[in-house]
Ligand binder design. Structure first.
Ligand code: PDD
Length: 283
């Protein structure tokens, strides 16, 4: 069951007019929220980022946080599976094609749920592969925009190279992955690119930094040079759907010892513990 403009319905029945500005211009924003044991994970943080994305594109939030929370609970209840990921999508709505904002328009609101499998243990045990490529996206990568063509093309490059993710470099510095944030471990320190207009402020990114601080892992948030990425002892990717995964092969070269490193194992344990705690004590 999906949600579209005020109604829950089977996905087959959901229709959006072709003049929707999401379809015509990619004029909208989205969120991806994991739910574990039917409880949305870090919901307040996701709703805050959604608000920031809406503010950035000058679109009024169609619902209050309390309304979103209720709708999300209904969506989870109407779909199978203890672990689901929720996709929220808001466009500027349906209007005659004209780049400028329409004067009067009702936003289109769409939500769907998909099963959320835990990352396969083999992936955590062996790590995943990635390539590097130039970050050729726009300068507002902090907006979770539905205009994902650049990310689609970058991710496709990774897939065509037989790998899972593309690590993006802009002006000699790491920004993020095509659909993830990236962490670097160098000489026992966890390095993370700074949150700015060049990357999406990941909810998982924030959580990893929080968990690292609470566990006394030395951390440095700041520009990460390409040379540091290539000489890394460990590389991780993070996202709401993939949690934390080790990257063990970059551009065909082993990362560190070519195996998931000790700090990854420590972080994964912290992350799984945190998940379990939150699932026992819903907020
Ligand atoms: N993407 N950077 C980009 C470009 C992303 O697309 C994502 C996640 C992230 C990680 O953010 P978070 O930890 O909040 O999931 C970083 C989602 C999962 C997607 O588009 O499907």
């Amino acid at each position: 069951m999906i949600y579209l403009n005020g109604r829950f319905m089977p996905i087959e029945e959901a229709m959006v007019p072709v003049l929707d500005r999401g379809f015509i211009f990619g004029d909208g924003v989205y969120e991806v929220i994991p739910a574990y044991s039917r409880l949305p994970f870090r919901l307040a943080e996701h709703l805050r980022r959604l608000q920031n994305s809406l503010d950035a594109i000058g679109l009024k939030n169609p619902y209050s946080d309390a309304e979103w929370t209720k709708l999300i609970a209904q969506l989870i209840a109407q779909n199978a599976g203890e672990d689901q990921y929720l996709y929220l999508h808001i466009t500027r709505g349906v209007a005659k094609r004209d780049h400028a904002f329409p004067k009067v328009v009702t936003p289109t609101v769409f939500m769907m749920s998909s099963p959320l499998p835990s990352p396969p243990p083999e992936l955590k045990a062996s790590g995943v592969t990635a390539i590097t490529t130039q970050d050729n996206r726009w300068l507002r990568c902090d907006i979770k925009s539905i205009s994902l063509l650049p990310n689609v093309l970058l991710r496709q490059q990774a897939v065509e190279a037989g790998t899972m993710e593309a690590l993006l470099l802009r002006d000699g510095f790491l920004t993020e992955g095509a659909a993830s944030n990236i962490f670097v471990v160098s000489q026992g320190v966890l390095l993370a690119p700074p949150k700015n207009n060049l990357m999406l402020p990941g909810i998982t990114y924030d959580l990893v930094l929080e968990l690292a601080a609470a566990d006394g892992i030395p951390t440095r948030v700041g520009p990460v040079a390409e040379a540091t990425v290539r000489a890394a002892d460990e590389l991780w990717l993070t996202s709401s759907t993939r949690e934390v995964l080790p990257i063990t092969l970059l551009d065909g070269q082993p990362v560190g010892g070519g195996q998931p490193g000790p700090l990854f194992k420590r972080m994964d344990a912290l992350y799984q513990d945190y998940k379990a705690t939150v699932m026992r004590q819903p907020d």
